[in-house]
Design a protein around this ligand. Structure first.
Ligand code: ZN
Length: 281
């Protein structure tokens, strides 16, 4: 592949909009896959009152996950809302669900993990090693957590129970920053959720850093100290975001993020003591 490009409209399991952004970067190739229509949201839902302005208002909140081909392995970062959309997009790479070797999970919200199980409870990617943060999983599988999820409604509670049943003893649990596969680091970035974690993929040059839900919009990359008031633990998320943004700038990483405007790819540059989000490869 010679450079970044978008595929044409996909037909299988996806609507006729641009849903897959293919890219080549250093010695990896990959794709950002839109797993649901964008949502028109206001940044005011995420920003504290002191940071809300007219300029920082409406934007297209995307829902994505990421496919990467790295050192001859097929890897997914998160799995989307349903078990059909991502496999449909992988068709463009001639990759079947059985050929996915690694699924790197940032956290267990539905838009990131519901697609990892089929309706009958079996694995969408049956041969994959699934990786998730220890703290997240340890918290989620506690009976009191599952009981507490009743506030989200019975359907959501039932989903998380199904998830725990399916995945218990099937996950590689990452506790601290550590290598979870050849050339892939799990990086704890808690706060958005308990035990939220992200992944850094090493290349022959600069790394790729997928930041999960560490920031919902480039403004949070440029102002990592601004709390996202919808994070589960906003103060902790700020500390994680500061570390991630500094890391991305220092390593000149390619940064991908699940919900910033599609395709959600960019780099973070230091600008004196400030940071600047630069969209694109
Ligand atoms: Zn999310």
């Amino acid at each position: 592949m010679s450079g970044p490009r978008s595929t044409g409209p996909m037909t299988k399991g996806l609507r006729m909009i641009e849903n897959v952004y293919r890219f080549a970067y250093e010695d990896i190739e990959g794709a950002v896959i839109r797993v649901s229509d964008d949502e028109e949201l206001s940044l005011h839902e995420f920003l504290g009152a002191e940071h809300r302005t007219d300029e920082l208002a409406d934007y297209a909140f995307a829902y994505t996950c990421c496919y990467v081909r790295h050192r001859s392995r097929n890897i997914l970062i998160d799995g989307g809302f349903d078990p059909d959309t991502v496999p449909g997009a992988l068709d463009a790479f001639d990759v079947t669900p059985e050929e996915i070797e690694l699924v790197l999970i940032t956290h267990a919200d539905r838009d990131h993990v519901a697609g990892l199980l089929r309706a009958d409870g079996s694995f969408t990617y049956p041969n994959a090693q699934h990786v998730i943060g220890f703290d997240l999983w340890d918290n989620l599988r506690r009976p009191e957590t599952l009981d507490g999820l009743a506030q989200l409604g019975e359907e959501r509670q039932a989903f998380f129970r199904k998830l725990v049943r399916a995945f218990d003893n099937q996950l590689l649990l990452a506790k601290t920053e550590e290598s979870v596969a050849d050339g892939i680091h799990y990086v704890p970035a808690p706060g958005h959720r308990i035990g939220h974690g992200v992944y850094e993929i090493q290349t022959s040059g600069r790394p790729l850093l997928h930041t999960g839900d560490a920031f919902f919009h480039p403004v949070f990359a440029e102002h990592p100290d601004w709390p996202n008031i919808t994070d589960s633990i906003p103060d902790q998320a700020v500390e994680s975001r500061k570390l991630l943004v500094a890391r991305a700038a220092d390593t000149r990483a390619l940064v991908l993020s699940a919900h910033i405007p599609f395709p959600g790819i960019g780099q973070i540059e230091r600008d004196g003591r400030a940071y600047r989000w630069v969209e694109g490869l």
